[in-house]
Write a protein that binds this ligand. Structure first.
Ligand code: CS2
Ligand code: MN
Length: 368
């Protein structure tokens, strides 16, 4: 497990590089050029600037999240080849600074969707919250308008200035089926993966969040079966997965431990976080600790330990605690606590392995 930490860039993040450097066991940042629109080439000079900033603190920039995919590629439009060519140029520019993994997603229109970025937890901290009724009962454009009108609630893809574009996109996706979307992903992968092989840089698709159809938009990165299909679209090690426990774990029928075992060679990036699922379909993000949410983070870390996972790993979203002012889900404190929890589990499993405590398979199960 090689620990990395998401950083949104100088002037764009409340968390600083010196702070990240002091979190135990963090070796690199997960970064992106967030101001470059999907479909455009990431300029070499901009990439080199980040390299300089990050390396000054002894951190690496091996993992990029995300190089976003232009909607024309997802829609299979006639102009997609131009955007694929640009994507390939970006891959080459990133390989030139030794980037090893590129995380991306194939979600139409929106990245992750929540209805409240500051939902309350019983301890008075706040976290990203999803209220099912709000999503199912509302016209998506109305919801977008309402959320976008409040600057505190702006999420990726929901920006007010995108409203007109959003209307067109919704219309464009009306007759795109899940199978079409899979075919468009295949078309993309067949063209970029050979370049990834040549330049030794791995692609890692992030699951849809939440992993089900939303607002009538098709979604395909949702289950173990779907992940298997995607890996088989182009059977190369360079066509891999970002296994996000918090996104996939929103479905009770998803078994993360089984996915870790099945896809082990193709998991190039692990996102680990917990989430509390409610009976009515709502959910809220929690601390990383197993006891605080619905996912067995202890079992998930044990599965990574069992497969001797050497891939990049990051804590995912955290709560907002101790009055921290930060990007929603991306504060310093709770994610740093999350890292210490992950290391705590990992080191304990290491110890059990070293000492050969054969009668205790999971010391943490005894506590629960
Ligand atoms: C989210 C996403 O769950 C997550 O990791 O923060 O924004 C995610 O980074 C992107 O969907 C990956 O492309
Ligand atoms: Mn994630």
């Amino acid at each position: 497990m090689r620990m990395v930490f998401r950083w949104f860039g100088e002037g764009n993040d409340s968390v600083t590089l010196p702070q990240i450097k002091q979190i135990p066991g963090v070796e690199g940042v997960v970064w992106a050029l967030h101001d470059i629109p999907p479909g455009e080439i990431w300029p070499k000079a901009r990439i080199l600037k980040v390299k300089k900033q990050v390396e000054r603190y002894g951190l690496h920039l091996d993992v990029v999240e995300s190089v976003n995919i232009h909607e024309s590629i997802k829609l299979g439009r006639a102009d997609r080849d131009r955007y694929i060519t640009n994507y390939i140029e970006t891959i080459k520019n990133l390989a030139a600074v030794d980037v090893k993994v590129i995380c991306y997603n194939f979600m139409p229109v929106f990245d992750w969707i929540r209805t409240d970025l500051y939902g309350s937890l019983p301890d008075k901290s706040t976290a990203l919250f999803y209220e099912k009724a709000k999503v199912t009962d509302m016209d998506p454009l109305e919801l977008v308008k309402k959320i976008a009108a409040n600057p505190d609630y702006t999420m990726p893809g929901w920006e007010p200035e995108r409203l007109e574009i959003l209307k067109d996109l919704f219309a464009a996706y009306l007759d795109v089926t899940e199978n079409d979307l899979i075919a468009h992903l295949q078309y993309f992968l067949e063209r970029v993966i050979p370049v990834c092989e040549e330049y030794d840089i791995k692609l890692a698709i992030h699951p849809d969040d939440p992993p089900w159809e939303i607002f009538g938009l098709p979604r395909i990165v949702t289950t173990q079966e779907r992940l298997r299909d995607i890996l088989n679209l182009v059977p190369s090690n360079y066509n891999g997965i970002t296994l996000c426990s918090g996104a996939l774990g929103l479905r009770r029928d998803n078994d993360i431990v089984s996915m870790i075992h099945e896809f082990q060679e193709r998991i190039h990036f692990a996102h680990i976080r917990n989430v509390k699922l409610f009976g009515n379909g709502d959910f809220i993000e929690t601390s990383h600790r197993t006891n605080d949410g619905s996912l067995g983070i202890d079992e998930i870390v044990r599965a990574y330990h069992d497969i001797d996972f050497t891939g990049y790993t990051r804590p995912d979203h955290g709560r907002h605690i101790w009055d921290e002012q930060c990007r929603p889900g991306y504060g310093l404190y709770d994610r740093a606590l999350g890292i210490m929890y992950l290391w705590g589990l990992w080191d304990a499993y290491q110890l059990v392995k070293r000492k050969g405590v054969s009668n205790v398979t999971n010391p943490f199960e005894l506590e629960r």
